[in-house]
Write a protein that binds this ligand. Structure first.
Ligand code: RTP
Ligand code: MG
Length: 141
């Protein structure tokens, strides 16, 4: 079934600091997905709080917002056939220690990194999340 979608991808500050931006973008493009928007920026807390609003109140919420604002990240809008599910598949599961080898987190991530997992990338988890997140990070795209 063909269904062209857009998703929001973030190369998190740990990924940028470790020089993995190119590797993440390479995997996205090698899969056949297309970059629609791309920007390096240090995100303000207000944007990150809104981005991760679903996790407000959880123990890792404040450390997550702090970690995500700790340095530059790369934000991208990526387009392709079933890309929302497809990029989550490329990224692997949340905990990099147990993420399957072959995935970004499984190949390149190391520690759970308490109090918050430093797992290189973010990808929207549903069409509703993708629309909301793209609107937040790239209004007008
Ligand atoms: P993301 O939203 O960043 O794409 O990651 P995800 O869907 O795989 O995981 P999610 O449950 O949405 O959690 C968001 C991010 O919060 C950090 N986290 N740390 N130590 C912990 O208990 C914990 N739980 C979540 C991770 O950076 C995770 O990606
Ligand atoms: Mg998530």
């Amino acid at each position: 079934m063909s269904s062209v979608q857009r998703t929001l991808v973030l190369v998190k500050p740990d990924g940028v600091a470790r020089g993995l931006t190119g590797e993440v973008l390479r995997r996205i493009e090698a899969k056949g997905y297309r970059l629609v928007a791309l920007e390096l920026r240090t995100a303000p807390a207000a944007l990150l709080e809104e981005h991760y609003a679903e996790h407000a109140g959880k123990p890792f919420y404040a450390p997550l917002v702090e970690f995500m604002g700790s340095g530059p990240l790369v934000a991208a809008v990526v387009e392709g056939d079933r890309v929302i599910e497809g990029f989550r598949s490329l990224a692997g599961t949340t905990d990099p220690t147990t993420a399957v080898p072959g995935t970004i987190r499984g190949d390149l991530g190391r520690d759970w990194g308490l109090p918050v997992a430093q797992n290189i990338v973010h990808g929207s988890d549903s069409p509703e999340s993708a629309a909301r997140e793209i609107g937040l990070w790239f209004p007008g795209v």
